[in-house]
Design a protein around this ligand. Structure first.
Ligand code: 5RP
Length: 263
């Protein structure tokens, strides 16, 4: 007697099983995987001879790592780091570095973001490097942002807006920032950023403090940025408006380039 073969699986059942496998794979994709995928796509835009702004944060760190490998294999670039952290990572990987004094014009800056909206407006500064990041981005012909999908929002403000301030006159500046937030329809708690120990104020690479403004919803980012920048003790805000040309955003479904597709 012939052994009974296992019942053949129907085509819809096979398709279902494939789908379940795919869903399982997709849910395994971590935020770090998405950050790495965005960074890898951005690295495709980097060509020999480019002068690059090198961003700060965990997503930018993936990019720097990828570029370090490519430099070891012959890619010729020079980079301006946007923080001391990025400087030391790039140096450790042998990426040639320059300064905006030596190289005041850059071809491309690639950096992360804490939030972005449909108009390529950003909130940056979660890592505390917003001032150098903005100076470097403004000195670049193009800015390419890399992010995982969790950073995409309808309206900026869910992420607390970092405002870099001079330590002198801190309380007076904080009150002025609070007034401007109220006047712009986004009042919210303002917290002085603390360092990891929690015992001291966090000090930026430029020697300043950061006020994290829990604005929740910023209806008019341009107006808010202008008003905050007009306060004497404010050095810069984490609102990056009119700087990003493209955003590479990754999630389990893949990698999407929003904005300009070519560099
Ligand atoms: C640092 C930044 C970073 O780009 C931003 O915080 C995103 O960081 P991450 O890639 O770690 O999510 O603005 O000042």
């Amino acid at each position: 007697m012939r052994a009974r073969s296992a019942p053949a699986t129907s085509k819809p059942a096979q398709a279902n099983a494939r789908l379940l496998k795919l869903v399982a794979h997709m849910s395994q994709m971590s935020q770090d995987d998405a950050k790495r995928a965005a960074a890898a796509r951005a690295a495709d835009f980097v060509r020999s001879g480019m002068r690059l702004g090198l961003g700060t944060g965990s997503t930018a760190a993936f990019l720097v790592e990828i570029l370090g490998n490519r430099v070891a294999n012959g890619l010729q670039i020079v980079g301006v780091p946007t923080s001391e952290a990025t400087r030391s990572q790039a140096q450790s990987l042998g990426i040639p570095l320059t300064t905006l004094e030596e190289t005041p014009e850059l071809d491309l800056t690639i950096d992360g973001a804490d939030e972005f909206d449909g108009q390529l407006r950003l909130i940056k500064g979660g890592g505390g490097a917003l001032l150098r990041e903005k100076i470097v981005a403004a000195a670049s012909k193009r800015m390419l942002v890399i992010a995982d999908r969790s950073k995409q929002v309808e309206t900026l403000g869910r992420f607390p807006l970092p405002v870099e301030v001079i330590p002198f006159g801190l309380e007076a500046t904080r009150r002025a920032v609070a007034r401007v937030l109220r006047e712009n329809g986004c009042p919210g708690e303002i917290r002085l950023r603390m360092d990891r120990s929690g015992g001291h104020a966090f000090v930026t690479d430029g020697g300043h403090y950061i006020l994290d403004c829990h604005a929740q919803s910023i209806a008019a980012p341009e107006l808010l940025a202008q008003a905050l920048n007009a306060i004497p003790g404010v050095v810069e805000t984490g609102l990056f408006i009119g700087l990003a040309d493209s955003i590479i955003v990754a999630d389990a479904a893949g990698v999407e380039v929003i904005g300009a597709q070519e560099f």
